[in-house]
Ligand binder design. Structure first.
Ligand SMILES: C[S@@+](CC[C@H](N)C(=O)[O-])C[C@H]1O[C@@H](n2cnc3c(N)ncnc32)[C@H](O)[C@@H]1O
Length: 486
């Protein structure tokens, strides 16, 4: 992220500015200085500030909108201020970014946007108030469309232009282009970039396996079936419904639901099956696995490398009436006996650590934090976890390899290399047939016919990749736990 980092917070001195703007500024500041996650911090700050519903909605729009479009806004600011953003005080830059968002992307009257942001600038850096006033007035004198033309005019090539206008790093635009081109759907690139800048619809998962799992109303609220996931639902007050459901209903992206169900419903469940969620934190998919295991008579072990995230998995499954054994450990070093499955697992979910480029709608700051170097590091980890997972499968056991990234290095790259390493010891299953059979409505899928790539712009889901394999042969899983020829 441009603008650099500061260690001293100056957001606390912003009393007098409207509370929604103050909250948005504080979250931007924490994202910049503390690597905070906006989606985790914002609700706490809203509640601490005691914002009413309208102000909470405004603070959310300001924070998310500004963080998503930050790349574009910085280019606007460089033109308006006639200097690089790196030369602007980082706190003042955040104030200006919030101002540009109000001026170019909301209905906030110009005078209110400028007045409030200049007041905020005066609080965080008194000497910068005049500068903030001049820059924001310059921004306000040109329309949003004209700023787009001006920003686009500075592009080096077509992907740089798309990157500038859609506020994505250029390497992500190129990665998305390559992933769509693999499906022959490169023409959808702009729609995908636009979808990343929209607020996603909140989807619910109605966990199966409970006595009243088919109920269409919860606390008097009617649920509408979602488009694809057979356990998915939407409603006007999803958060309220989830809170009052006693754990049966959760907020969860439809793509995540389909990924978990692809594993549990690939074949009928035999009572007594052992299942492993290898990288489980924070446990959204573990809860679906647990509910499915409850109905089918399977047992579930959840593994997670990070203690705090394992605690989140425990919370996530607390409402499902089945004992889930949650362990903390490195998924590359599995001890099957200690995990209670000396003969291996019948189903394993590897929802792999990844760049998360498929969920940029939900994590507004994420696009500025990732780099191509992360991809190289993650694909190595993904391959190692894949090998550990296949090594932990019982003969005939099924592995679901899942990423919430469409980057082809993390999807077909990791998966294809793993298939080559394992040769005839694994067989690829027809994941597409499994997911299409699950889906409530036809899914527009393309590219490789045996894996599934979902897309925000096409399906309204995160860009989840799902690939199923089955372990062949009767050789001991423990003996194969390490693949010597990697
Ligand atoms: C994509 S997230 C899983 C999301 C989860 N399935 C859900 O639906 O909530 C990947 C997880 O893998 C964990 N992880 C990273 N490296 C790991 C490793 N070597 N072994 C086990 N877990 C790991 C991360 O801490 C993270 O919680």
């Amino acid at each position: 992220m441009s603008g650099g980092a500061r260690s001293n917070s100056r957001g606390g001195g912003a009393e007098g500015v409207s509370p929604a703007r103050r909250v948005a500024f504080e979250v931007l500041e924490a994202v910049r200085t503390d690597e905070a996650y906006a989606n985790l911090l914002l609700p706490t700050r809203i509640s601490r500030a005691g914002l009413n519903r309208a102000d909470a909605a405004f603070a959310t729009e300001l924070t998310y909108g500004t963080l998503r479009m930050l790349g574009f806004y910085d280019l606007v600011l460089e033109l308006a201020a006639d200097r690089p953003t790196s030369s602007i005080d980082p706190a003042v830059l955040d104030v200006l970014r919030l101002g540009v968002h109000q001026l170019l992307a909301t209905r906030v009257p110009t005078h209110a946007a400028v007045f409030e942001q200049v007041a905020l600038a005066r609080k965080v850096a008194p000497k910068a108030a005049g500068f903030a006033n001049a820059v924001l007035r310059t921004v306000s004198r040109t329309s949003a469309d004209s700023w787009r033309e001006l920003v686009g005019a500075g592009a080096k090539d077509r992907d740089d232009r798309l990157a500038r206008l859609s506020s994505h790093p250029a390497w992500i635009v190129r990665a998305f282009r390559a992933a769509l081109a693999r499906e022959g759907r490169e023409s959808e690139l702009e729609a995908l970039l636009e979808a990343d800048n929209d607020s996603p619809r909140v989807n619910l998962a109605v966990l199966p396996g409970f006595d009243d799992a088919d109920a269409e109303t919860v606390g008097g609220v009617t649920l509408e079936p979602d488009r694809y996931s057979p356990i998915g639902a939407v409603t006007d007050d999803p958060i309220g419904v989830a809170r009052s459901s006693g754990g049966r209903i959760r907020v969860q992206d439809e793509g995540s639901q389909l990924a978990a169900l692809a594993l549990t419903r690939a074949t009928p469940i035999a009572p007594g099956e052992r299942w492993l969620d290898l990288c489980a934190g924070p446990g959204g998919k573990t809860a679906v696995l647990a509910a499915e295991a409850l109905g089918g008579g399977a047992g579930v072990v959840a593994n997670e490398a990070v203690q705090a995230r394992a605690d989140l998995v425990r919370n996530a499954v607390a409402g499902v009436p089945i004992e889930v054994d949650v362990r903390v450990g490195d998924g590359r070093e599995l001890d099957l006996t200690a995990l209670g499955a000396p003969d291996g697992f019948d189903r394993i979910l590897l929802d792999a650590p990844c760049t998360g480029l498929g969920a940029l709608r939900r994590r507004p700051e994420a696009r500025w934090r990732k780099s191509p170097a992360d991809v190289a590091e993650l694909t190595k980890l993904q391959g190692d976890l894949f090998d550990a997972a296949v090594g932990a499968l019982a003969p005939g056991g099924i592995l679901a390899y899942v990423t919430c990234s469409p980057h082809t290095a993390e999807t077909h790259g990791t998966f294809g290399a793993a298939l080559a390493r394992w040769g005839d010891r694994v067989e690829q299953l027809d994941t597409r047939a499994v997911v299409v059979a699950l889906s409530r409505h036809p899914l527009d899928l393309d590219g490789d016919p045996r894996t599934v790539q979902l897309w925000p712009h096409r399906h309204g889901t995160d860009a989840m990749f799902i690939a199923l394999v089955r372990r062949t042969g009767a050789d001991s899983p423990v003996a194969d736990a390490t693949v010597a020829d990697r």
